[in-house]
Design a binder for this molecule. Structure first.
Ligand SMILES: [Zn+2]
Ligand SMILES: [Zn+2]
Ligand SMILES: [Zn+2]
Length: 75
């Protein structure tokens, strides 16, 4: 199962689960977007795998009570 690491493995920057700055390789190494871009060239240094944007947590796992603005428009 997917184990989300909370920090960049390169610089140690904290990357919250919903951080848009987190990227992962195919083997789930986690880096920040800055490291990926600045000196990793979007390639995992451990595996040579491409670094891609980390998907955020599934919606079913995080239901936000604040976003309920799509229920009163029947056509
Ligand atoms: Zn970093
Ligand atoms: Zn890796
Ligand atoms: Zn770095």
């Amino acid at each position: 199962m997917l184990e989300l690491k909370p920090t960049c493995e390169c610089c140690g920057e904290v990357l919250p689960p919903n951080s848009p700055k987190a990227v992962i390789c195919a083997y789930e190494c986690t880096f920040c977007l800055t490291c990926a871009r600045e000196h990793l060239n979007h390639i995992c240094p451990n595996h040579g795998s491409k670094l891609v944007e980390r998907p955020s947590l599934p919606v079913s796992a995080m239901v936000s009570p604040l976003s309920g603005a799509s229920s009163t428009s029947a056509v």
